[in-house]
Design a protein. Structure first.
Length: 493
């Protein structure tokens, strides 16, 4: 989060302001920022939609959304009243009746910064930006926030970026990835670059492999129609997982500023060894969940979810082996894995260190979990280092893995901000360090597109895995063929 404790006075205009993202994430996060004193008293939130709501209607919906958000717990009446007073609704039919643009112009103040948040499908982003320009609402200091997915391949991503880039400069565009707002993700940079003991070990000499996992127990729900055109590779790997890989593998930036950090992330993406042809078959696994039991509840398989094709070959699970072809990481595999309807929800980065070159304690190299650094993003944010220690007692020397744990909740005794809280505050403060630059997005698509194209040319379909399981068997074969195991399997050996 920006060093500023209170943002500048801002008109935050949310297109799609009555939609799912606004009600689930944006408005509750803004309430929390207001509660904690991070919003200037003159900041206003303007929700834009085609719904024809009154301000009172919007405030009723927002109050319900805030009260129902898990991070809010108890609403403070004075704070909630103050926050709701910030909200107003403007009806604008993008691409239709242009009268709403004048209403929007009248609602904005020349004395406040302008942030336009596009909580809408990317294909209408260009039309909204042109409408803003034609209505004279874009100033040199305006900022625009874009949600993923930014296209479904390189060409469509470039088209969206071209349309928005014709109105806003790159400096004004904030491409959001909510994973980068997580407390532990930023602590990864602190862990690496503020602690002298760890960085010398952060290379192929000492690290055997890296695992990056984003596992979900939920299915696609009401998003089946969208998901059939997306899949796990576009929905999760191209953005979230590759961003985590970048932060894990990047070189130390010259300073913690938006261009230095993003320059180093771009170098990682450009260093990824391409996965094409036979390597796609060898180093990637696709899966699709079937029916099963997830945490005690019977659930349907993907093909039985409403709203999609009954013969869809869309993947709901991806595991792959990536390599960063540079001096630091040569020969170190990065295993990326994401899936829906798995047995447990968790997001984590596991750094598995090499075995000691010569052990004087026979049998200890094979102890499960020894020499692992686990950076847990959710559900419990923290950092866990497992090392070997002697078991107390007389007699034979016995060793076992023991954890050194940093739990953010226990250590700092304070609530970690939601990812959207942090990112919204950074937008309001004009800090784009944790947002993706256009060349980053396009470099990620250049690596992902050949994999999807190769899959489309195969006669095989995704491997079915039971809901509530750890994923398809192919994922275990992928990592197991070199004698390695997934972290959770190693923990239960």
């Amino acid at each position: 989060m920006s060093q500023q404790s209170v943002s500048r006075p801002t008109d935050l205009v949310v297109f799609g302001g009555t939609g799912d993202l606004s009600m689930r994430k944006l408005l509750p996060s803004l309430y929390l920022l207001d509660r904690d004193g991070h919003l200037d008293g003159r900041t206003r939130v303007v929700a834009v939609s085609r719904d024809g709501l009154t301000d009172a209607d919007l405030r009723d919906k927002a109050a319900s959304a805030v009260r129902g958000h898990q991070a809010v717990q108890v609403t403070e009446p004075d704070v909630l009243s103050r926050f709701l007073d910030r909200l107003s609704h403007i009806t604008v039919d993008v691409g239709g009746d242009t009268s709403g643009w004048a209403d929007l112009a009248a609602a904005l103040s020349p004395d406040r910064d302008r942030v336009f948040y596009l909580a809408v499908p990317p294909m209408i982003s260009g039309g909204i930006c042109r409408g803003l320009r034609d209505a004279g609402l874009v100033t040199p200091e305006s900022r625009v926030v874009m949600e993923k997915p930014l296209g479904r391949d390189l060409a469509s991503s470039q088209a969206v970026n071209d349309e928005v880039g014709a109105i806003f400069t790159e400096r004004q565009i904030y491409r959001i990835d909510h994973y980068l707002g997580k407390e532990t993700v930023q602590n990864l940079l602190v862990l690496r670059f503020a602690n002298v003991f760890l960085e010398p070990l952060w290379n192929s000499r000492w690290i055997d492999h890296v695992q990056i996992t984003a596992a979900e127990t939920v299915g696609v729900g009401g998003r089946r129609g969208y998901y059939d055109g997306s899949g796990a590779m576009r929905d999760m790997v191209q953005n979230h997982l590759l961003q985590l890989l970048c932060l894990t593998a990047m070189e130390p930036p010259a300073s913690y500023d938006r261009e230095s950090v993003r320059d180093e992330k771009l170098k990682v993406l450009q260093s990824l060894r391409p996965l094409t042809g036979e390597r796609v078959i060898e180093d990637t696994v696709r899966g699709q969940y079937g029916g099963g039991v997830v945490q005690g509840t019977e659930v349907s398989g993907y093909l039985d979810e409403p709203g999609g094709s009954p013969s869809s070959t869309t993947e709901t699970f991806v595991a792959l082996r990536a390599e960063v072809a540079n001096w630091r990481w040569a020969g170190v595999p990065f295993y990326l894995r994401t899936g829906k309807r798995l047995g447990h929800s968790r997001s984590e980065i596991v750094i598995r260190f090499r075995e000691v070159p010569h052990t004087i304690f026979p049998g200890t190299n094979s102890l499960p979990g020894a020499g692992s650094l686990v950076i847990s993003l959710q559900p419990d944010e923290g950092i866990h280092l497992t090392m070997l220690a002697k078991t107390p007692g007389a007699g034979a020397l016995r060793l076992r893995p023991v954890p050194l744990e940093l739990s953010f909740a226990d250590t700092f005794a304070t609530r970690s901000p939601e990812a959207y809280e942090r990112l919204l505050m950074d937008v309001l403060a004009g800090d784009s360090t944790l947002f993706m630059r256009r060349d980053e997005v396009e470099a990620a698509w250049r690596w992902v597109d050949p994999i999807i194209e190769a899959w489309n040319g195969l006669s095989t379909t995704p491997e079915t895995y039971p809901a509530g399981s750890a994923g398809p068997a192919g994922a275990h074969r992928l990592i197991g063929r070199t004698g390695r195991t997934w972290h959770e399997e190693e923990q239960h050996r």
